[in-house]
Design a protein around this ligand. Structure first.
Ligand code: DGL
Length: 268
């Protein structure tokens, strides 16, 4: 590992681009290699074993590109595969998940308050947020709700329209989320509907996504080891396991330039 090596980021699809964009903003000198496993989306409904095997294959590709840090920019994969990936990769690269930075923030800020968590079935059924938050601060009440339609809806480009408004309203009206003071968006796809969620709550509660917290975490952990790039070493690379128009469109929109998407079949 050295400072000229890239940052690897992966997700099942476009969700991790929200994290990649925050990393680009926080660390403009870093080269990014992004992998969207669009062939296997949604991860949220896959078994732990399936997600683990996809994550290992993606890490192999990112390690071939000598990534100095690999960001698991997906809550479902962070819940299912973080420990395994960390053990597998060992000292070859640093591993960052998208759950811990949010857990740290919430457990410091929301003592004696109720906090909601929405995410995929995989993330919510793992109960990882409630476990990690209450281990740090057992005065925080955590109410979790699986919202499995949201990630595929967003991946298909359905947001800021009547369909997304209806689905969001239906989920957020669930009694379980009554009286929350903050809502954790425990899926990296959800920042794309953050405005609609804020509108549902009339901006009266904090709606928290992990993107900028994760970007700060990546910056601090690279800095601590003297691994921050001094200048950009080559162009960013974007891989998908199955080409989709919406991925192409969203990448261009997020990075404000033409992006060349490379197809990489994980299973070949
Ligand atoms: N973006 C992923 C996450 O943060 C999930 C989407 C999916 O189910 O594939 O959980």
């Amino acid at each position: 590992m050295n400072k000229t090596h890239p940052i690897g980021i992966f997700d099942s699809g476009i969700g991790g681009l929200t994290v990649a964009r925050a990393i680009r903003k926080q660390l403009p000198n870093e080269k990014i290699i992004y992998f969207g496993d669009t062939a296997h989306l949604p991860y949220g409904d896959k078994s732990t074993e399936a997600i683990q095997s996809y994550a290992i294959k993606i890490c192999n590709l990112l390690l071939e590109h000598q990534c100095k840090v690999i960001v698991i920019a997906c809550n479902s994969a962070s819940a299912a595969a973080y420990a395994l990936v960390k053990a597998y990769v060992g000292s070859k690269s640093k591993i960052v998940n998208v759950i811990d930075p949010t857990v740290n923030y919430i457990s410091q800020k929301y003592s004696n308050k109720k906090v909601g968590v929405i995410g995929t079935r995989k993330t919510i059924n793992s109960d990882v947020y409630a476990h990690k938050i209450t281990a740090k601060n057992n005065t925080v009440e955590v109410a979790s709700l699986a919202t499995p339609l949201l990630a595929p809806m967003i991946e298909e480009g359905y947001y800021n329209n009547t369909i997304s408004h209806t689905v969001i309203e239906e989920y957020l009206s669930n009694d379980r989320l009554d009286d929350i003071q903050a809502l954790i968006l425990a899926c990296t796809h959800y920042p794309l509907i953050k405005d609609e969620i804020n509108a549902f709550y009339h901006s009266t509660i904090e709606v928290l996504d992990s993107a900028s917290l994760v970007a700060i975490n990546v910056k601090e952990s690279l800095d601590a080891e003297g691994l921050l790039a001094i200048s950009k070493n080559g162009s960013d690379l974007f891989f998908v396991s199955d080409y989709t128009d919406n991925f192409n469109k969203t990448t261009k929109l997020f990075f404000e330039r033409d992006i060349e998407l490379q197809e990489y079949k994980l299973w070949e």
